[in-house]
Design a binder for this molecule. Structure first.
Ligand SMILES: [Zn+2]
Length: 68
């Protein structure tokens, strides 16, 4: 289990992104509703972006390498 330091914590769900290019197909339900949610940083200082599917609520973490 990994300890995380939240960068920004949101308790509400994201709204559908106005730019369809920012949404990705959900690996669980297949609908293009995987939407960027919040950032967090792990103990190795890697920054991760959590994405959540607005259709089925599946989520996944993808590396956010902008500030490496
Ligand atoms: Zn889904």
């Amino acid at each position: 289990m990994r300890e995380d330091v939240p960068v920004e914590r949101r308790t509400y769900y994201p709204l559908p992104h106005p730019d369809p290019a920012q949404s990705r197909p959900c690996p669980v339900c297949g609908r293009p509703m995987l939407t960027p949610w919040y950032l967090r940083r792990d103990r190795e200082r890697h920054v991760w972006r959590r994405w959540v599917c607005l259709n089925c609520q599946a989520h996944r973490d993808l590396p956010e390498d902008e500030s490496a």
